[in-house]
Design a protein around this ligand. Structure first.
Ligand SMILES: *[C@@H]1O[C@H](CO)[C@@H](O)[C@H](O)[C@H]1NC(C)=O
Ligand SMILES: *[C@@H]1O[C@H](CO)[C@@H](O)[C@H](O)[C@H]1NC(C)=O
Ligand SMILES: *[C@@H]1O[C@H](CO)[C@@H](O)[C@H](O)[C@H]1NC(C)=O
Ligand SMILES: *[C@@H]1O[C@H](CO)[C@@H](O)[C@H](O)[C@H]1NC(C)=O
Length: 459
């Protein structure tokens, strides 16, 4: 019985000892702050000294669980996108929440103080960085951390982020860029730190969209997110990747680049309606070409320096169209000059083809009419050809009435002359037909170019 009692007492003692031994470290872990008097005398720095001393260490009680850091951010401005350096400069507010088991208190003992702010440099902070970051961290100093009585720490900091971004300028100025911001810890592997999201990514996206201050060149389209584990050697790091999709506002470029270029090409096309014989056409086109070159020089400053955007191809095509049209004008002018001074005999096949085409019911009946009417040409417009045309018409007339009164030689001469004039008029008509044909080819090429470029831009 005595042994029994003694045994029982020993058990009780053991139990109490066990309780004391188990209880004391546990209490030390969970309630670390004695906050009595904070409500009257303000925060006692001595109460936090133990926590401040632990600043250099990860705030965990034992090595069993990693620290969960939940992050989110608000993109407040897209300042610049540099296609040459492949950099995006943006401004964002980073929010982080984590749990520190050493800072807890009982609000009832402290006059219901539930939140305190503590200078950030006194506390352990997660070493979250953005992998694409390409600059020294210019985080403002003197930031505070909000601590609540449960031990949750909230840390917000503004950041100017210069991040590298794989920019594809092929569709410039209608391009959409997809830049990534990868949040990760410098040091801590997944055993020590796990990253999570503070808010839904849709919420991040919506807040950023409504907040973006700059009415600048770029519009935020959406933000998507993916969580991955990056393996380096044998350690794994938690990462959250945010995909920030931005779109360029093209109106500046449409007004400054595409509209002037379009006007110049349109004028070039319309200049085909200038009469070939007036000798104004070639100088006019030359001037346009010169103007276009000046425009291209100016445009070089606006275009991105790297890669070949589609718009450069478009400008090159416009330039080659203008050069081609100038060459065509030179060719037609030369042809007209040649046929009006020394008309070569027209080959038989060409003559028949020409007749075939000029007869009203055939395949391409409008060509010669267009050559004269469409281009605004009446015989009166042709300086050297006024008489020849008239002569061709008159040729059958005079010989009948006065044929016998003239010597044979004169008649032969006259017939020769008439035939030459006929040939000249044929050649001139042919030249105009060529002009019309080449003009149509030009229009076809222009339309194809515009349609191709537009279709490519829309895909
Ligand atoms: C907290 O500190 C006050 C004096 O600052 C002391 O009277 C009180 O006993 C302490 N409370 C605990 C639980 O240690
Ligand atoms: C860590 O502490 C928790 C409770 O705070 C406990 O359940 C767990 O067993 C401890 N882990 C180790 C490895 O001590
Ligand atoms: C972080 O987020 C996860 C899931 O949303 C949640 O379970 C966890 O409690 C959060 N941690 C903190 C410190 O807010
Ligand atoms: C950006 O890229 C990621 C991964 O390549 C993709 O999942 C996401 O849909 C892209 N976003 C846009 C808007 O294209």
């Amino acid at each position: 019985m005595e042994r029994g009692w003694l045994h029982g007492e020993g058990q009780l003692l053991c139990f109490i000892l066990h309780l004391l031994l188990q209880g004391s470290p546990g209490r030390g872990d969970t309630v670390a702050i004695n906050c009595s008097g904070f409500d009257q005398q303000g925060v006692d720095p001595a109460a936090f000294q133990a926590v401040f001393d632990k600043k250099a260490f990860l705030p965990v009680t034992n090595n069993s669980g990693p620290t969960h850091v939940n992050i989110s951010f608000t993109l407040s401005a897209i300042l610049e996108v540099d296609a040459q350096l492949q950099l995006m400069t943006s401004f964002l507010w980073l929010n982080m929440i984590w749990y520190n088991p050493f800072i807890r208190w009982n609000p009832e003992e402290c006059g219901d103080i539930r939140k305190l702010s503590i200078a950030a440099e006194k506390l352990w902070l997660p070493d979250i960085f953005i992998q694409e970051f390409m600059d020294v961290d210019q985080t403002a100093t003197g930031l505070m951390v909000y601590v609540d009585s449960e031990g949750y720490m909230r840390y917000d900091k503004p950041m100017k982020v210069i991040s590298i971004c794989n920019l594809d300028i092929f569709y410039f100025p209608f391009d959409v860029q997809n830049c990534t911001l990868t949040f990760s810890s410098y040091t801590y592997t997944v055993e020590d730190m796990v990253l999570g999201l503070l808010k839904e990514v849709q919420e991040i996206s919506n807040t950023s969209q409504s907040l973006i201050q700059s009415k600048g060149e770029w519009v935020l389209l959406s933000i998507h997110q993916r969580t991955v584990k990056m393996t380096v050697d044998t350690s794994q790091y938690d990462q959250i990747i945010f995909y920030v999709a931005i779109r360029r506002r093209p109106s500046l470029y449409v007004i400054n680049l595409m509209v002037p270029s379009g006007f110049l090409v349109a004028i070039d096309a319309l200049s085909f309606y200038l009469p070939t014989e007036s000798e104004n056409r070639a100088p006019f086109k030359m001037t346009l070409l010169l103007g276009y070159n000046v425009f291209l020089l100016m445009m070089n400053d606006i275009l991105p320096d790297t890669g070949t955007p589609l718009i450069s191809v478009y400008f090159a095509l416009c330039l080659s169209l203008m050069v081609l049209s100038l060459l065509e004008t030179i060719f037609i002018t030369y042809l007209l000059h040649l046929v009006t001074t020394r008309p070569p005999p027209m080959p038989q096949w060409l003559h028949s083809l020409f007749l075939h085409c000029t007869s009203p019911m055939k395949c391409c009946p409008t060509a010669p009419q267009k050559g004269n009417k469409g281009l605004g040409l009446t015989p009166a417009h042709l300086p050297g050809l006024n008489e020849p045309m008239a002569l061709v018409g008159k040729v059958p007339g005079p010989p009948e009435s006065e044929l016998n009164g003239f010597p044979e030689s004169t008649r032969v001469q006259q017939e020769d002359e008439a035939q030459k004039q006929h040939l000249v008029s044929l050649w001139v008509q042919f030249s105009h037909m060529m002009d019309t044909l080449l003009f149509r080819l030009y229009l076809l090429f222009l339309a194809t170019t515009i349609i191709t470029v537009t279709v490519l831009w829309n895909t």
